[in-house]
Structures are given as C-alpha cells and as structure tokens.
Design a protein around this ligand. Structure first.
Ligand SMILES: Nc1ncnc2c1ncn2[C@@H]1O[C@H](COP(=O)(O)OP(=O)(O)OP(=O)(O)O)[C@@H](O)[C@H]1O
Length: 355
C-alpha cells in the first residue's frame, strides 16, 4: 500500500496578543495509506483542524515535512488538487440555489461533465431533494451537499473534518454508509472526529492526537488489542466471597457493586474453576473488550465533563509503553533530516482568521 498522506514532525505555534503563544502542533507525525478509511481522533483543541489546514496550505507550518498523493505539500499541491477532495471549513452555499443547481455550477466551473451531478447526488442520498433550495436544507443535508461537491471530481483522497458535527443519529449513519461506499469504490478517506464510537464503526485505521502530538496510530483492531487487559465481568450470588476466593488464587479482582471485574486473565476457566470448586456458581462471565472511547480517554486522559466539552489540560499518561508509538511515548521528533523548514507565522490575524 502506498502512502497517500505523510506528515513528519509538524510544528505550528500561534502567537496572539490576546491569548499569547499556543503550540497547536508539537512535532506531529501521521501516515495514511492508500485505500484506508483513516480516523483522526483527538479532544477539542488537540490540533486536528490545524493539521488538516496546514496540509492543505490554509495555514503555514513552522516546520515539518508533508506529502499528499506523493507530492510535497503544500508547495506541490496544485499538481494533485484534481485528485483530492477536502471539506475542512464548512463551505458556504447560496441559499436561494437548489442543491442540483449548486452542483451544476460547480461542475461547470471545474470543467467536470454534468453527468457527475446526478451521480454525486445519488451517492450522498440527495437525489430526491436536489430541487429544493439549499436554505431549506437541514444541517445534515448541507453537509451532504458539501461532500457531494467534493466528490464531483472523483477524488482518490477525501479529507473530511468533523463531518458528523451537528448531525442527528440518522444523519451520522448515512454519513458512515457513504464513507464505507467510497472506500469500497477504492477511495482513501481521512476523517477527523471526536465521535469515537462512530470512528470505530467507520474506520479501519486510526491516529490519535493529543496536545499536538501523536499518541497512537495503527489499525483500529491492533490499537484496541493493545489495550485489552484480559478483563472479565463476573456475576455470582455472593460477590464478596467470590472476590476473596479469586484473590486467594492470585487473581486481580475489582469489586464493582453487584459484580466483579477480574483483570490480566489468560483463560476464564481460572475463574469458573476457582469458584465452582468452592460451590459458588458463576451466573455471568463476560469478556470486557476495550472500545475506542476507553482507549482515547486513557491516552488523552480526558474524562468528559458532564457540562463541558472534553478537557485538554490533563497530562498524557505514558505509563504503558507497549500501547504507544514504537518509541514508547508520544512522538516528539528531534530534527528530521531533510525536513523542509517552512518559516514561522507570528501573525495575530491567525486568531482573527479563526474567529
Ligand atoms: N487561528 C488560530 N489562532 C490562534 N490559535 C489557534 C488558531 N487555530 C487553532 N488555534 C489553537 O491551536 C490549538 C489546536 O486547535 P485545533 O482547532 O487544531 O484543534 P482541534 O483538534 O481541531 O479541535 P476541535 O475538535 O475543537 O476542532 C488550540 O489551542 C487552538 O486554540
């Protein structure tokens, strides 16, 4: 599989009079290979949008090396722009135009055959609503229209920043199906999100970023397997006694009210045998497999706050080297040989551009 996106040691610091100096990217690395549906995960403010904007030349990096479809980015992006579709900032459409007319105009402007309009409307599930004005579209329909506009040129690579934002569960499901269809048709998709369950369903690969650094990357199944602590939920009539017996058998037991969680287990037979031999019959013995949500929380150490978005202030936990990058810690590369120095941005208007 060839690399479709390569990012090495990307750094970006924003300077603003109001908020001072902020390091958005602190030596970030990412590799997306051809045919992947690659999830780009991180808490709010971890650097996802800055990465994508930098990759597309919308923000200038301080340093780092990037390639897109084999060409160095952003300087050589114009040579691959026809093979690339991206929705990084919500595109604005004319509310009085219909979806179909909007796409027709974009197709004409881009020299794309008008037959593509019907194809992309179909692909994003808007064919029956194509003659309604955009101002009457729901947020989800506007998102789909945006995706349709990016699909007009049949891109090999589609980059979507938080495409599920603001969508209801049905809209999220449709977006998910659409991405699966695109991948099945051979496209590579990079999708950033903080909706972890969705990423787990949609994506085959994942990169998790925290505070501007990559904390883990790889196939979703490998990342999850790396966090499998061999835990089992155990229900018995007398959990306190069961806990005692299991501890006496050298097992790590956590009492959780009406059930126990036993960790670091190779074979659950150890539980049923230990308890059965003492006349305690097991009612439930369920393996607890990690999901992306728990992996994400462990890596970024950001328990969601009931009334607030995810927090980013806590330190990244680095106590388990096997679960992190090969170096055993979030990557903070020193000088990368041959890295292109792109110059430093020290403009207060960066702040203005964002707000
Ligand atoms: N134009 C800007 N000016 C000043 N600071 C910025 C600018 N853009 C991003 N930042 C800061 O850089 C950091 C990373 O922001 P970024 O938007 O890349 O995060 P994110 O992971 O995309 O977050 P979210 O999920 O909330 O979109 C944050 O601290 C943010 O405040």
């Amino acid at each position: 599989m060839g690399a479709v996106i390569e990012i090495e040691g990307l750094r970006k610091t924003f300077n603003s009079l109001r908020r001072g100096r902020r390091t958005a990217l602190d030596g970030f690395d990412m590799l997306v290979e051809s045919g992947q549906v690659h999830g780009f995960l991180g808490p709010n403010g971890s650097g996802k949008t800055t990465t994508l904007r930098t990759l597309l030349g919308l923000v200038q990096a301080d340093s780092g090396r990037m390639t897109v479809l084999g060409e160095s980015a952003p300087d050589r992006l114009p040579t691959v722009v026809d093979r690339l579709g991206a929705i990084v900032e919500s595109p604005q459409f004319f509310g009085n135009f219909t979806g179909r007319r909007t796409l027709s105009l974009l197709a004409t402007a881009g020299g794309i055959p008008s037959t593509r309009v019907e194809e992309v409307l179909e692909q994003v599930g808007l064919r029956d609503r194509g003659d309604e004005r955009v101002k009457a579209y729901s947020l989800g329909m506007k998102q789909r229209l945006a995706v349709a506009s990016a699909l007009l040129k049949q891109p090999e690579l589609l980059i979507l920043d938080e495409p599920a934002n603001g969508l209801d569960p049905a809209g999220i499901r449709e977006m998910r199906d659409m991405m699966s269809d695109l991948a099945a048709a051979g496209a590579t998709v990079l999708v950033s999100s903080h909706i972890l369950a969705e990423i787990q369903h949609i994506c085959d690969h994942v990169t998790i970023i925290s505070r501007g650094r990559r904390v883990v990357a790889g196939p979703v199944s490998d990342v999850l397997a790396g966090f499998d602590r061999g835990e089992f939920r155990v229900r018995v009539d007398d959990p306190a006694r069961a806990a005692e017996l299991l501890r006496a058998a050298d097992l790590a037991v956590d009492e959780r009210g009406d059930h126990l969680v036993v960790a670091d287990l190779d074979d659950p037979i150890q539980i049923s045998r230990t308890l059965g031999e003492q006349g305690l019959w097991v009612r439930e013995l369920t393996p607890l497999t990690p999901d992306l949500e728990s992996v994400f929380l462990q890596l970024t150490d950001t328990e969601p706050h009931p009334d607030a978005p995810r927090q980013i202030d806590d330190p990244v936990r680095l106590d388990d080297p096997v679960r992190l990058d090969p170096a055993g810690e979030p990557q903070v590369p020193a000088a990368v040989p041959g890295r292109i120095e792109l110059g430093t941005t020290t403009a207060d208007d960066e702040e203005g551009a964002r707000e």
